[in-house]
Structures are given as structure tokens and as C-alpha cells.
Design a protein around this ligand. Structure first.
Ligand SMILES: [Zn+2]
Length: 300
């Protein structure tokens, strides 16, 4: 009882013995290969607990069916363009709320607790459905990029689990996918002048809800900034605090439409997070973080 209340976990939590096994070697981790095994294990255990919530939500609510493309034979950037087209995003429009976009296509997104903070995000297939787990330890813009990166793994690496040899390549492929999905090269051409200034980069990142650094990297890669101009912009951004943060960026993390609906007080009968935690024998912390209870961004 004392341990139970210290962890804010229902007593039944300690008797859960039907969680599906999950081998952390078969999961795509973001920052994961750098994270120590103990952090990966903490994150996957957090994910295993959330399978209970995921199963419960699928049992009780009609969710959108899975709508995805297996683009494992395309280059990452072409795959990003094809998926944007298939999902009706156009070639130069800003990507909408990434949590809700994935949810609307049948891809679940859950949050991780502080115990999994050494891992930015990971994704896996569970019962023939892809699930993305994200920790919100960085800025909302980085969180959007993390989700797009995991989406890249789902679309590109469905049939290829990471091995030691392939994981570095898969990480850069997922990054390339995320960059093109959120910052399409065609949008850089359409919305930015030929030699973009810092103020142009700020305007673009605000419209596309991406980091100024990621925008600058994309501009350089697309040949829109010379090497020396790129270095100057990066130096400038670092001086203004953009290496570790996103000054004047998004003030809140993106909300989940599904979680807002599941835990809406307007719904009859309504369900609170505390009641769900008790029913599923899970710590309230796991449910609160898992369902993105707090959207506000912690200011460092
Ligand atoms: Zn990854």
C-alpha cells in the first residue's frame, strides 16, 4: 500500500502479468542508439503499459482505420512527398497538428513519462497497427519533428527492423523524411527569397511550426544558402539561444483530438483520467503523460 501510494499506482498495478513482451532491439528509437540500454528499457516498459490504454480505447471507441503507404522502396524525400500527396496535404502547405494528423490516419500517438526522458521518441507495430510514443522534453517544434521522424520509420522501414549496421542509415533516412514532410523543398522555393535572411527564416518557421535551425539546415541542403551564409546563420541562431531552445516559438504542445474526446466532460458517460488509471490498474502518471494531459510547454 505504501509503495502503491508513493508511485500513485493502483495496488492492482503490481499484479499485472499479461503485458505483451516487447524486445527493445526491435523498436525504432529516436536518440535511442545514444541512450543507454537502461533508458531504452524504461521507455519500452512505459510503452508496454500504454498498450493497455491503447487496447481499452480501441475497445470502447470507433477510431479511424489505418491509412498508410508502404514506401520502403522509395527514397526518403520522395516518400515524404508521396505521403503528403496521398494524405491531401499538397506540396507546399504547412503540415497540420502532427498528433492529430497521425490519429486521423489510424496511427496512435502516446506520451511518455519523465522516467523515459532519455528517449525522444520511438515507434513500433502492435497488433498490426503502428504506434508512436513521444516524450516532450524538448520544444513543441522538436516534438513535431520527432513525430514526423517516427512516421518516416513507419513508412520507410516497415519490413526492416534496425540492425547495428543499418540503424545509422535508418536514422538519417527518417530525418530526411521528416525534414521533407515538414519543410518541403518546394515550399522553401515558393515562400523564401533567393538568399533568405534570418527574419525570413523566422517567418517561415512560424508558419510551418518547425525550428529555425531545421529550416536553416533544409535551406542549406536545398542549395539556397551557400556554405558561408549557412555558417553565419547558424552562428547567429546559436547566439540567440536556438541551439537548445526555440525563442518566440510555439507556446504549447499539440493536442490529441482522440484523448480530448475520450476524456471530455461533455461526453456521456464521461470518463476521467483518474478513473481510467484505476480501471486499467495503471499509475496516474502513465495515463496523464500518455494522454497528453498537459499541453503547456515547460519553460527552461
Ligand atoms: Zn529513429
Amino acid at each position: 500500500m505504501e509503495l502503491s501510494s508513493a508511485l500513485r499506482a493502483p495496488e492492482d498495478f503490481f499484479w499485472i502479468d499479461d503485458l505483451p513482451e516487447l524486445n527493445s532491439d526491435t523498436v525504432n528509437f529516436r536518440a535511442g542508439r545514444k541512450a543507454e540500454a537502461v533508458h531504452r528499457r524504461a521507455a519500452t516498459n512505459n510503452g508496454r503499459l500504454l498498450f493497455r490504454l491503447d487496447g481499452w480505447i480501441h475497445d470502447n471507441f470507433a477510431l479511424p482505420p489505418l491509412d498508410w503507404l508502404d514506401l520502403s522502396h522509395e527514397t526518403p524525400r520522395l516518400a515524404a512527398r508521396l505521403l503528403r500527396e496521398a494524405w491531401g496535404l499538397g506540396s507546399t502547405n504547412p503540415a497540420p497538428n502532427m498528433v492529430q494528423l497521425c490519429e486521423s490516419r489510424g496511427i496512435s500517438v502516446y506520451g511518455l513519462t519523465d522516467i523515459a526522458l532519455a528517449v525522444d521518441a520511438f515507434s513500433l507495430w502492435h497488433e498490426s497497427r503502428p504506434i508512436i510514443f513521444v516524450s516532450r522534453r524538448k520544444t513543441p517544434e522538436r516534438s513535431r519533428f520527432d513525430i514526423a521522424h517516427e512516421l518516416g520509420h513507419i513508412i520507410l522501414h516497415h519490413d526492416r527492423l534496425p540492425s547495428d549496421e543499418s540503424s545509422v542509415a535508418q536514422e538519417s533516412e527518417a530525418d530526411a523524411f521528416a525534414s521533407e514532410f515538414l519543410i518541403p523543398q518546394a515550399a522553401l522555393t515558393e515562400y523564401l527569397p533567393s538568399l533568405p535572411r534570418i527574419s525570413d527564416i523566422f517567418n517561415f518557421r512560424s508558419s510551418f511550426r518547425v525550428s529555425a535551425m531545421a529550416t536553416t539546415v533544409a535551406l542549406h541542403r536545398a542549395g539556397r544558402l551557400t556554405d558561408s551564409a549557412y555558417k553565419r546563420r547558424c552562428l547567429d541562431l546559436r547566439r540567440q539561444g536556438f541551439k537548445t531552445g526555440e525563442p518566440n516559438g510555439m507556446t504549447a504542445y499539440e493536442r490529441s483530438r482522440i484523448m480530448d474526446h475520450v476524456f471530455s466532460t461533455c461526453r456521456e458517460p464521461s470518463m476521467t483520467r483518474t478513473a481510467a488509471a484505476a480501471e486499467l490498474s495503471l499509475p496516474t502518471d502513465v495515463i496523464d503523460h500518455g494522454t497528453f494531459k498537459t499541453q503547456l510547454r515547460a519553460v527552461a
